[in-house]
Design a binder for this molecule. Structure first.
Ligand SMILES: [Zn+2]
Ligand SMILES: [Zn+2]
Length: 354
């Protein structure tokens, strides 16, 4: 069957997406061609779209998705064909120091990140705002059980797996944790921490609307203007997923002596921390940055969703699907903040989607 690919091309900040047809890509060793079933718009794509974040152009953006394997290159087992999968948002070489000695494959020296490489890089078809994506050799593929819907799984290979990496980095299990930011990472964090035994999970945000979902994911919502609700020196752990450097002072204040601060949201240049060494030393604090995740975290993410499928309203986080041909509209909707994730479904636009 013809597996011509139709992809949305991002060329310029604040410009409409263009659509381009490609013939069926020739797969290299270890590569897979995946028909996208559903993809979701991540905050990092919104930042690229509005110019807050820079990358090569033209590019097929999009990295959160679920799909079905429709072709495999030599070296990849044909048993993957027709399987419903998700995949790591990076590939890694398995040979360099970060891969082999430092347990940080997400910092591989030859790292490639889906939805971030230019069209001139290899097949160029490495983004998910398309009918198909080419997965490169070194990408970790994870089968998805049929019990999980596309909407439950699409954001797992970015937000949920990253949150699993954050939680793995925490020192030990404690009593009280504060999450700064009620975005998708914050809500996933609530569910993960509650199910792993943390007694109290506060979630702080400055937007009341974003806090509405927090109780449904096991957390206690706190509006940032009423942050006195959390006593100073009380939290074992604070997790920053708000993206705002201004919240750090509050987090330091809430941490108990010996507490642990996990910082995962400040992935942009405007992130200087106003923090003295004296504060860190006198409170004996640990500061830990976490960026992306390793393959084991995506395995754990799918396992977690399978085990807790009915425990939390996962699908309420994702909008009804918008056709790929209306990707500009999907970006407008995502910018409105109405949904934690806006989902997009390939509608073919005349391409043959096998
Ligand atoms: Zn993402
Ligand atoms: Zn490597």
């Amino acid at each position: 069957m013809d597996t011509g690919v139709l992809a949305a091309i991002f060329s310029k900040v604040d410009s409409p997406f263009g659509f381009q047809h490609f013939s069926q890509p020739c797969l290299g060793s270890g590569e897979a061609l995946v028909a996208i079933s559903l993809t979701t718009l991540c905050g990092s794509d919104l930042h690229t779209h509005c110019g807050r974040r820079r990358g090569p152009t033209p590019v097929v953006l999009g990295h959160e998705a679920i799909g079905r394997v429709v072709a495999v290159g030599s070296g990849l087992d044909t048993s993957w064909l027709e399987r419903r999968i998700t995949w790591t948002l990076t590939d890694s070489c398995g040979l360099c120091d970060p891969c082999t000695r430092w347990n940080l494959p997400q910092k591989c020296e030859r790292l490639f990140k889906y939805g971030h490489g230019g069209l001139s890089d290899g097949s160029g078809l490495n983004g998910c705002y398309a009918t198909h994506v080419v997965l490169r050799s070194g990408t970790h593929l994870v089968p998805v059980p049929n019990s999980l819907s596309d909407a439950m799984v699409a954001p797992a290979n970015c937000a949920l797996a990253t949150m699993l990496a954050v939680i793995e980095s925490l020192p030990t299990q404690g009593e009280q944790v504060v999450i700064q930011g009620a975005g998708l990472l914050g809500l996933y964090g609530c569910a993960l921490l509650k199910t792993s035994g943390w007694k109290q999970v506060f979630v702080v945000d400055r937007q009341p609307a974003r806090l509405l979902a927090v109780p449904r994911f096991g957390g206690v919502p706190i509006l940032s203007t009423t942050q006195d609700a959390i006593p100073a020196n009380s939290a074992d752990v604070v997790i920053e997923v708000s993206g705002s450097a201004s919240v750090i002072a509050d987090g330091i204040n809430w941490l108990r002596p010996g507490g642990h601060y996990a910082i995962a949201g400040l992935v942009h240049p405007d992130s200087a921390l106003h923090l003295t060494g004296e504060t860190l030393i006198r409170k004996c604090l640990t500061l830990r940055g976490i960026h992306n995740y390793a393959p084991r975290h995506l395995d754990a993410a799918i396992h977690f969703l399978s085990k807790h499928r009915d425990s939390y309203p996962w699908e309420s986080l994702v909008s009804p699907p918008i056709p790929l041909s209306q990707l500009d509209e999907a970006f407008r909707l995502a910018s409105s903040g109405k949904w934690q994730r806006v989902s997009v479904i390939p509608d073919g636009l005349g391409a043959s989607v096998s």
